[in-house]
Design a protein around this ligand. Sequence first.
Ligand SMILES: O=C(NCCO)c1cc(-c2ccc(F)cc2)cc(O)c1O
Ligand SMILES: [Mg+2]
Length: 214
Amino acid sequence: TGTTRPQRLLRAVQERATRGDSESVIAAIDHFCRHQEWAMNVGDEKGFILDSVVSEVSPQTALELGTYCGYSTVRIARLLPPGGHLITLEFNPNYAAVARQVIAWAGLEDMVQVVEGASGDWIPHLREHFGIESFDFVFLDHWKELYLPDIKLLEECGLLRKGTVLLADNVICPGTPDYLEYVRKSQSYESHYFGSHLEYTRAEDGLEKSVYLG
Ligand SMILES: O=C(NCCO)c1cc(-c2ccc(F)cc2)cc(O)c1O
Ligand SMILES: [Mg+2]
């Protein structure tokens, strides 16, 4: 028994970061993952690419699939424009519980809604439940085999609009081959690959940015 890795990551945030200072929360998690225990956050190198895409889109409505401990949630939420809001879906209740506390420590709880449950169950209900018309930005970082079914579901539910930007983590490692083939071949997407490395390692990985064309 004892603590879980997400709980140890949260303790590192509470011991090393300043409440309300999102930069110090990000730095504390990166320090923990480099010097204590590897964890599957998007990390600092891919996180820099995430930051640049979020800043470019400046989304009023953003969706994250796969919260884990809230590291990328904090990276995205800290860059939202005034009035911007981020919904993040997490299947694992233990991850969600830690993420809520990490997000609160960063002082970003007013811009973020952590929703527990399966993405496939929740996506059809986001409009009615949260009054969302469509998303300006979607970050995919959950189970890799769900990337493709979930964007098809987002399309079917009318939650993507002309210009919606999708950004997908781990398209090389662990890899999302069916998703990559789909967005790169489909006439409905304009895709670009950002080469990088698996968080906190030298292994190859990258992010795929895909703009929905309608
Ligand atoms: O499964 C992942 N996410 C959804 C669950 O919350 C995930 C896994 C890995 C990873 C793990 C084990 C390894 F050996 C290599 C990569 C990395 C990531 O960035 C991820 O997002
Ligand atoms: Mg990932």
